[in-house]
Ligand binder design. Structure first.
Ligand code: GLA
Length: 397
């Protein structure tokens, strides 16, 4: 009897251990990014050539004066090109022409505004712009970043070695960051090339799901690459992998950079919020028109992105270019986007059964762009949606 019990216990332990070992890993538990990170990054607007400490300071000033900080944006992130080499001891060196005061002074300035500071590196030998990467210097660089006061690190994937493992490389940097003892948001940027949603949950706080965003609605039609429509199609099938501390990254926002109409930018922002994607502005916040400010500062849409349950929304209905997208919210409500990808305006209806409600359930509907309550609805909600545009509502039973 005893032997049988012991054998049974052992078998359970073995099987149980096996089960636990292969259970899907939970998100990275480094205490940060419990809701999708919000901030600004230099790349989409200033790229390599036009970014320097004066620009970055002005963006930090503007994040505060424009109301972006109050709306929830907090990270000021310098992308590629701040670094020029290493000293004899291997320490990474900032460009003395572009950052004459040094990175520590810039981080202090950003912190002085009540904001957080982010920086960029690469898992290969060189960054995408050919600056020194972190390969072989992971612990040294992580220590340096922590000493400077870095709160957010984006690590790119250019100039890696043939066969280099993305999972091992990013795990190395995760551990190097953890060893500093400083809470640092870790942004994995390998463009979705090795399906990071399958392995990066316990490694990074966010991972790029796609190649670089371009400032166009439908880039396939324009010059190729990933526009808003291409990215939303890539984000849809991976929605179940996102959650608090570990997010699918749809790339930085193009809102305000000039390549889309105001309605397209509104739809772009609506979809990123529905995805619970990081909201990293990529425009010049110091020179924002009121229309663009009205998009980036829309508190109701931001609240959808930042919903504490952290569920990524997905497509629930499609009829040609007319689509319904839904995101479950912590209060039992739904954020719904009616998206018209077509070239003429059309009525789109969200059926309650598609968003997980019984058809008989009455619900309040709040239009998040018109900023008004619509009539109470039962069974479905429909609206006329212009071409290349979205209507976004919050539905509360
Ligand atoms: C890659 C990244 C971009 C940007 C550039 C910088 O293309 O995906 O987001 O960081 O590198 O060189």
């Amino acid at each position: 009897m005893n032997r049988t019990l012991t054998c049974f216990t052992l078998l359970c332990l073995v099987l149980g251990g096996g089960l636990f070992a292969s259970a899907p890993a939970r998100g990275l538990d480094n205490g940060v990014a419990r809701t999708p990170p919000m901030g600004w990054n230099s790349w989409n607007k200033f790229a390599c050539k036009d970014v320097n400490e004066t620009v970055v300071r002005a963006q930090a000033d503007a994040m505060v004066s424009s109301g972006m900080k109050t709306a929830g944006y907090e990270f000021i992130v310098i992308d590629d090109c701040w670094q020029v080499g290493r000293d004899a001891a291997g320490n990474i060196l900032a460009d003395p022409q572009k950052y004459p005061s040094g990175i520590k002074a810039l981080a202090d300035y950003v912190h002085g505004k009540g904001l957080k500071f982010g920086i960029y590196t690469d898992a290969g030998t060189k960054t995408c712009a050919g600056r020194p990467g972190s390969m072989g210097h992971e612990y040294q660089d992580a220590r340096q970043y922590a000493n400077w006061g870095v709160d957010y690190l984006k690590e790119d994937w250019c100039n890696t070695l043939p066969g280099q493992s993305s999972e091992a490389s990013y795990t190395l940097m995760r551990d190097a960051l953890a060893a500093t003892g400083r809470p640092i948001v870790f942004n994995i940027c390998e463009w979705g090339s090795t399906k990071p949603w399958l392995w990066a949950g316990p490694v990074g706080n966010m991972w790029r799901a796609t190649g670089d965003i371009q400032d166009c609605w439908d880039c396939k039609k324009k010059w190729g690459g990933n526009g808003v429509l291409q990215i939303i199609d890539l984000m849809d099938p991976i929605y179940s992998y996102a959650g608090p501390g570990h997010w699918n990254d749809a790339d930085m926002l193009e809102v305000g950079n000039g390549g889309m109409t105001t309605a397209e930018y509104r739809a772009h922002f609506s979809m990123w919020a529905l995805f619970a994607a990081p909201l990293i502005a990529g425009n010049d916040m110091a020179h924002m028109t009121p229309e663009i400010g009205g998009i980036l500062l829309n508190k109701d849409v931001i609240a959808i992105d930042q919903d504490p349950m952290g569920i990524q929304g997905h497509r629930v209905h499609k009829d040609g270019g007319l689509e319904v997208w839904s995101k479950q919210l912590a209060d039992g409500g739904r954020a719904v986007v009616l998206l018209n990808r077509g070239d003429k305006s059309a009525m789109i209806a969200a059926d309650w059964r598609d968003i997980g409600y019984p058809a008989t359930l009455p619900a309040n509907v709040h239009d998040l762009w018109a900023h008004k309550d619509l009539a109470r609805q039962t069974g479905s909600f429909s609206a006329d949606v212009p071409a290349n545009a979205a209507v976004m509502v919050r539905i509360t039973p």
